[in-house]
Structures are given as C-alpha cells and as structure tokens.
Design a protein around this ligand. Structure first.
Ligand code: ASP
Length: 439
C-alpha cells in the first residue's frame, strides 16, 4: 500500500477540538500512516505559541534560575489539552519529568524542543499510534547540518513493522549527542525526512491556509491560489519570503521525487497546492506562477576599465566577501562593471567598511559605490522561458507604475527575473507585476 506522511503545523495542534479534527483527517485515509507534529500554536491572535512560551521559560530560568514559575504557562497548556481530549494520560508526571530535565540540561535547543516532544506523546495516545522520539532517529553532523543518510536509515529502521507512528518535529540529535533543533518552523523539514525515509507516495503538509498564493495577500486582495508548482519555482518563491513551508524542507523530498501537498486542516475539502518534481509537473497555463520579494538589500557597485580582460577579477572580489563570512545573493555584471547584492543585515557591525577597504586594495576599482535600501522582487514561472515578450510585459508594467529599476538579474534557468527597486517602491512594484500577469 502506498504510504503518506502527514505533518501538522502548530495551528492544527492548537487545542483539543482541532486535534480531534486532525484525528478524523488521518483516519479518513488508511494511507496516512506516519505523522509528524509541531508544538501547539496560537488559539487566537493574541495567544502565544508553546515554542515561544518555552523560549521565554529558558530565558527566565537562565536569568533567575526559577523554573517552576517560568514553566507554569507551558504546564497549563498541556494540562488543558489533555482535558479537552478526555485522554486517560498522566500528563502531570510527564510534565514533572520535563520540568526537571529542562532545569538539568540548561540548553535552549532542548527547552525549545519540548513542545513537540510533549505534543507528539499526546497525539500518539489520541491515535493509538507508536511514539517515536526524534532524538533517536534524526541526526545532525559536526557542522550542524542534517545528516540525511544516517537519519533516513534510522527512521526506516524504527518504522519496520509499525502500523502507525507519531514523531515530534523540529529536533534531532547533534554530533555532541545532545538535542538540537532546526531553525524555527523546522518541523516541515522533519516531515520531509520521514517522507524520504519511507519513500512516501506523498508528503502532506497540513497548515491553516489552502496552499500557496501567487502573491502576498497583504499587498494584493485575494490573490490567485497556485494549484501546482514545481520544486524549482517553490525554491525561488520561498527564498524571496513566500513562507508557507520552511525553505529547507523540500531538499529531502525533492531528491527522491516525492510530491508535496499543502492542505488546510480547517478546510480539508480544499484542493490545496501540489508541489511536484519537474517530470510530473504540467504548467498551469499562466506565464507567471508567482511573485514574491524582500526588502533591505545593499548593492556594492564596482566599475573598472577592461575588467573583462583582468583574469581572476571576480574571484578576488568574492574572496574579500568570503573572508568576512558574508554571502552574496546576486552578482549581475557587465563588461567593465559588476554589482554585489547582499542582505543589508549581513553587513552590520563594520563589515561593510571592511569589505569596501578589501575591494579597494585587492582590485583597485575606478568606481566603488554603495546603494542601500534596495528591495528585490522575483517574478517566477516555467511558462516564462517559452513565451516571447514576458520581460517586455514585466518592465512595461514596472515603467507604467513609474518605478525606477536599479538592478536586473535573470536566472540562467529562465524561470525567474529578479529586479531591484528602492525599498519605497516595493509594494507598488509587486502590485504592478501582479496586475499585469494575473488580472
Ligand atoms: N514549534 C517550532 C516553531 O514554532 C517548530 C515548528 O512549528 O515547525 O518554530
């Protein structure tokens, strides 16, 4: 039988009623065998996520050493969850052990991970499924990166002969043997690891929205829903901040060609968005699949006569950045010019000055200029490579909105065009592009 791995996010775990609904969703499809859960999220907009309560708990314990008071709000959340679910489960004993372990471990990652740990124990009880602790099956290497091969093997081994299992998302074990978390939202990655390990037919990611939208709904009213998107397009859009899924979560499933489906726990009947490998992907018929962007980049502009014939020029410039540990996002270049597009926050703490001094001494440019407060906007779609005139439409729309384009970069795959505009023009530019391609 085909196997589906389902990851349920924080809002799908917020209270007992929602978890009862999740149980119905899982039990309505016999293929939904392996479940990954986040910690309970917000029940209402002013509420706090359990992970935030735990991080707060860690901060207070570190500052004043009093665990009891700091842990109280976490305890209250889980006690009421078990009550709402009418579960026969001695949650207070588990909470006592957890409280002691947090005080003993004195680790931020360990403390933050306990929301997923406690929740997965509860959900396993609700489903009558096996609880598998992520610390025993998900591993990081000495550089803090996922040790994929070791993790896939351990997950597959732990699931042999298991009918249904629940894993806590968000953490695993570091090279030092201690609990280590992914970055925030990392349960998406845990779900993808389990999907890859069991060669799932589908990785379902259950959240509180019915899939990806073609544009940020805070900027455009009711943007179109994306029905299908390729991994590549998703990577471009999530890199630019379209954040339904953790940006790193597609890597484990992408290399195994496992499709992902974004579904809405609160509207399970909605189609959602399918994220597909290119071999299974049929473009939706629109030229552009989505538009997304980010503010606050800095451009370092370098000009030098005969730059093109100076062997190793770019290498020397990039070595200056590497020495400062700064990564560059885009490097648009001309015959005698090149620009370095860098996230502004990476240049704080005097790094910008050091980089400018390094470039001056290494390549002696004729002109060296810094342009700050730049927003990048990516227009993404496989349809763009095959349709003539897409860039004319894009730049026509931007010009029509009276916006000055300060930088252009077209990826060599031709599935995206990135433009740099002033931060102040960001909203206007996204609206103009959306209107051109979707209205
Ligand atoms: N609970 C963690 C967070 O709030 C991880 C997750 O939900 O994926 O970021």
């Amino acid at each position: 039988m085909a196997v589906k791995v389902c990851k349920f996010g924080g809002t799908s775990m917020a209270d007992g009623n929602v978890i009862k609904n999740v149980k119905k969703i899982i039990e309505s499809d016999a293929e939904r065998k392996f479940i990954v859960v986040s910690a309970p999220g917000k029940r209402y907009s002013a509420d706090k996520k359990v992970t935030d309560l735990l991080l707060n708990c860690y901060a207070e314990v570190s500052a004043c050493g009093d665990i009891k008071a700091a842990f109280a709000p976490v305890r209250a959340r889980f006690v009421s969850l078990v009550k709402e679910l009418e579960l026969d489960f001695d949650i207070n004993s588990v909470l006592d052990e957890t409280e002691k372990a947090i005080a003993a471990e004195k680790s931020e990652d360990f403390t933050a991970s306990r929301g997923e740990y406690l929740n997965a124990r509860i959900v396993a009880k609700v489903l009558g499924a096996k609880f598998i602790d992520a610390k025993d099956v998900i591993f990081f290497d000495g550089n803090g990166a996922l040790d994929g091969e070791k993790s896939y093997k351990a997950v597959a081994e732990a699931l042999k002969g298991v009918e249904r299992a629940v894993f806590p998302g968000f953490y695993g074990t570091g090279a030092d043997g201690k609990v280590k978390t992914f970055s925030r939202g990392g349960s998406d990655i845990s779900g993808a690891i389990v999907a890859r390990a069991v060669k799932a037919s589908l990785y379902e990611n259950w959240t509180d929205v019915s899939g990806f939208l073609a544009c940020d709904p805070r900027l455009v009213d009711c943007p179109k829903r994306i029905k299908t998107i390729s991994y590549k397009e998703l990577r471009e859009l999530s890199y630019m901040g379209a954040n339904v899924l953790h940006a790193d979560s597609i890597f484990p499933v992408r290399s195994a060609n496992i499709p992902v489906k974004i579904k809405n726990t609160f509207r399970p009947e909605d189609d959602g968005t399918s994220i597909l490998p290119i071999s299974r992907y049929t473009p939706s018929g629109t030229v552009v699949t989505g538009v997304a962007g980010k503010k606050n980049f800095t451009v370092i502009f370098i000009e030098k006569s005969l730059m093109n014939s100076e062997v190793g020029f770019m290498g020397k410039v990039l070595a200056v950045l590497a020495k400062e540990g700064v990564s560059v996002e885009h490097v648009p270049s001309g015959i005698d010019t090149m620009s370095l597009v860098i996230e502004s926050c990476a240049l704080e703490g005097g790094k910008l000055d050091k980089i400018l001094a390094g470039i001056k001494s290494q390549v002696k440019p004729d002109v060296l200029r810094v342009i700050e407060n730049i927003a990048l906007i990516a227009t993404v779609g496989h349809g763009m490579s095959s349709s003539v005139g897409t860039s004319a439409r894009l730049f026509g729309a931007i010009a029509g909105a009276n916006i000055n384009v300060k930088m252009i970069d077209q990826g060599s795959s031709e599935i995206n065009i990135v433009v740099g505009v002033s931060n102040d023009d960001y909203e206007k530019c996204i609206k103009a592009i959306y209107k051109e391609f979707f209205n």
